[in-house]
Each structure stands twice: as C-alpha cells, then as structure tokens.
Design a protein around this ligand. Structure first.
Ligand code: S3P
Length: 436
C-alpha cells in the first residue's frame, strides 16, 4: 500500500534495475467483465490487483462470477455465469474508476434486473451523460442521481436493448466500449464510429473471447453482432504501459539512469508515449517483442544527454492521454517549448489534469502556460522541490514524484493513497530503483 504522503529527493546516482510493472488496468477491467459473462472457466494471470480493478472483479462476483485463488493474488480462475448473471445483492462500488463504471453500465443496462453503481467523490463528479446518451438510444433506462447533474450514482433498470449505430462525439475508448458491450448483448449489429483511434483492447478481447467483431481498415468503425456469449479462454494480462511510463520518464530525466521494464504491453493504440519520448531524444530500446493478441515486450531506457522539446500531435493525444501528466514532467526537463493541445479530455479525468499539472509544475519553478485544451511548457530550467497535492489523482502523485527525482531539495506529494488505484507496489519500485 502507498503511504498518504511520499517524499523523494534527487536520485544522485540515477535509477538502476529491472522491474515488472503490474498488469494493464484497461485490459484487467475488460477481462473481468467478459469472463464473468462468458461460458466456462479461464485462468487469468497477472490481473491488476489495484483498487480499481478489484472493485470491478468484486462487482462481477456480485453478478455470480466465481473467483478461485491461484498461486498469487494476480493469478486466479474466473468462472463465468454463461450469461445467466444474478441480480447484485448490494449497490456496486466502483471506487475511483471511470472505466469500471462506464463499461459496466453497458452491461448492466442489458441485464434483466435493477442495479445501482456509485463511486468516490472524484468519480461522482465525472461525466456519465457520455455513456447514458448512447445507451438510452438503445433503450437503456439509466438515471444519473448524483448531486452534480449527469453524474453518479447511476440507477439502472436493465432490460433487452436494441442495436444501434453511434457516432462518438469524443475520442473515448470507454464510451466506445460501453456501446460495444451493450451491442454484444443486444440482438443484431451494433456499430460505432470514433473521431480518432482509441485504445482497442475491447476489440482485441472480443476476438479472444470469440465474439464476432469487425473493424474498418482505418480503425475508426467497429461493429459487433449480438447477442453472443463470450467463450472463456485463459489469458495473461501484459504489464501496463501507463505504469511503465513513469520509469521511462524518470530514467530519461535523471542522469546516469538505466532501467529495464519486463513484459510491458506494447499495443499500438497505447504506445505513443514511447514515440513522443524518442522524438524528445529519449534512449528507449525494445527487446523480446511478441505479436498477436496484446503485444508486449521488454523496454530498456537509458538517460540521454539532454531531452529536447516537442509538439504532441493531435492524433497522438488519445493514444497517450493517461501519460500526459508525466510527459509534461519530461517536458519541464527538455530544452525548448513543448506544446500539448487538443487535450481537453484531461479536464474530466480523476482530477482536472490540465489545472493540476500546470499548478504543480509552477510550484516546482517551471514556466508553463495553460490553455483550455492543454499547455505549453518552457523546459530546461532547474526545478526545485515542493510540497504538492496530488488531488487524490494517482497519475498526478506518481508524475510529480518523478519530477522530484531530479529537483533540488525535497519533493513531497500529499494524498498518495490514490496510487493504489492503479499501481500497487509503486513505492517499493521507487525505493528499489533509486536505492533510497
Ligand atoms: C480507458 C480509456 C481512457 C483512459 C482511461 C482508461 C479505458 O479514458 O483515460 O484511463 O480503459 O477504456 P476515455 O475513454 O475517457 O478517454
């Protein structure tokens, strides 16, 4: 468990070592949901045992899925209900997880019972209309009962849904997946059109679970034929590239570093953080790359002479949306001005990540300009340590701890418990790579 407050100082000798980051968060949520509905049992290996994904797994157990422990907490046997789920006896706690709540909404809206999902303060202020609207178009009855309009808790009167075609107004894999999961349970063909490529784990897992799904050549149009019951098949979840990103940046900004990260997911809809860091001059090499299903490999990163600024391109934004806080930290150590625009979605993440990143970078002495849809960071000047809030946002906490590894004095992040939502064991990795 991560402490509530974590302090670091400059890693004078660099970061060194080989680690395995925990399993991918997006894939873990989807495996729990599909496996719980599927027929038969499957071995799940390297499931992300973070609060977010454990909440989703517990929700699926409430629907009747069986979980038999394996040789380690992240390995277990998941037995599906064969699409005969039971009504949940209690309200479903989604904790901090927008992915859990939005994906489960697509499923719960299609099942023949009433359910209710709630979350923490952060999740209760995040927009749910983006999934309620398309699901309502399929006949779903979902009421957002939060204090803030359009927000959780969500009350769902489940029932049979109609297939739909939905044009996504924003590039969101969560919205896409909520509609596709509902489409999997509806009778007929459900299709979505997305304005840009977003992470395609749902599509890849549909193939794994034997669910007929077609994707257009440009990747923007996806269709599923329902109703279909997933066929459960063993799976190993690769390491989360979003967790690996913290070390990619830390080892690129702290002189003398060399870090190897084993079995990291390298899905091409998730790997733009590597492309952008390389463009900034990072020394990143990939070995033991596998293809098929979800590709993964080992990543070695060595500190370069000097990072240089870059412009993050519009089409790259959905591919690295969760890595922007830590890329902004890299930018503060890069010569020149880094531009990150077209990223308004950052304002509706676990915190308003434009405000929180800009505020914390300024607290450390960086020069940053804030825009409604992003920021420009003039990098290269030394940063100084500061005591900063992480606003209960795991990625803000970890990103600014990385900044502290090459800042003068001490850097303290408050409210770090949120790190457990995505990266159990983070503090242990931090101490072992920095040796302090
Ligand atoms: C996710 C999609 C992204 C991402 C989130 C995980 C997913 O959110 O930020 O952490 O697993 O589908 P959006 O779909 O809102 O962009």
């Amino acid at each position: 468990m991560s402490s509530d407050r974590i302090t670091v100082s400059r890693a004078a000798n660099g970061l060194h070592g080989t680690i395995t980051v925990p399993g991918d968060k997006s894939i873990s949520h989807r495996v729990a949901i599909l496996g719980a509905l599927g027929t038969g049992s499957m071995q799940v290996r390297n499931y992300l045992c973070s609060e977010d994904c454990l909440n989703t797994l517990r929700a699926m157990q409430q629907l009747g899925a069986g979980v038999t422990p394996g040789d380690a907490p992240q390995n277990f046997t998941l037995t599906g209900t064969g699409m005969q789920p039971t009504a949940p006896a209690h309200d479903i706690d989604c904790g901090n997880s927008g992915t859990g709540m939005r994906l489960m909404a697509g499923v719960l809206a299609s099942l023949p019972f009433r359910s209710r999902m709630f979350g923490d303060a952060s999740l209760s202020s995040r927009p749910m209309k983006r999934i309620i609207d398309p699901l309502a178009g399929m006949g779903a009855r979902i009421t957002a009962c939060g204090e803030k309009p359009g927000c959780a808790p969500l009350e769902i009167e489940g029932g049979t849904l109609r297939p739909t075609h939905y044009e996504l107004p924003m590039a969101s894999a969560q919205v896409k997946s909520a509609v596709l999961l509902a489409g999997m349970l509806a009778g007929g063909r459900t299709s979505v059109h997305q304005p840009a490529i977003t992470r395609d784990h749902t599509e890849r897992l549909f193939e794994h679970f034997g669910i007929p799904c077609t994707v257009s050549a440009d990747g923007l149009d996806i269709a599923v034929e329902g109703p279909v019951i997933p066929t459960n098949k063993d799976i190993t979840v690769p390491g989360d590239i979003s967790s690996a990103a913290f070390w990619l940046v830390a080892a690129s900004i702290v002189p003398g570093s060399e870090v190897t990260l084993l079995n990291v997911g390298l899905n091409p809809t998730r790997d733009a953080v590597i492309t952008v860091l390389r463009r900034m001059g990072a020394d990143i090499s990939i070995t033991n790359r596998t293809e098929g299903g979800e590709p993964y490999g080992d990543i070695t990163v060595r500190a370069p002479q000097q990072l240089v600024a870059t412009e993050v391109l519009r089409h790259e934004i959905p591919n690295l949306i969760d890595e922007i806080p830590v890329l902004a930290v890299a930018a503060a150590f890069a010569q020149g001005t880094t531009r990150i625009r077209n990223a308004g979605e950052l304002r509706v993440k676990e915190s308003d990540r434009i405000t929180t990143v800009v505020g914390n970078l300024r607290a450390m002495g960086a020069e940053v300009e804030e825009f409604p849809d992003g920021m420009e960071i003039r990098g290269g000047a030394p940063l100084h340590g500061a005591t900063m809030d992480s606003y209960g946002d795991h990625r803000i906490a970890m990103s600014f701890l990385m900044a502290g590894l090459n800042a003068g004095g001490e850097t303290t992040l408050l409210n770090c418990h949120s790190i457990n939502t995505s990266y159990p064991g983070f503090e242990h990795h931090l101490r072992s790579l920095t040796g302090c």
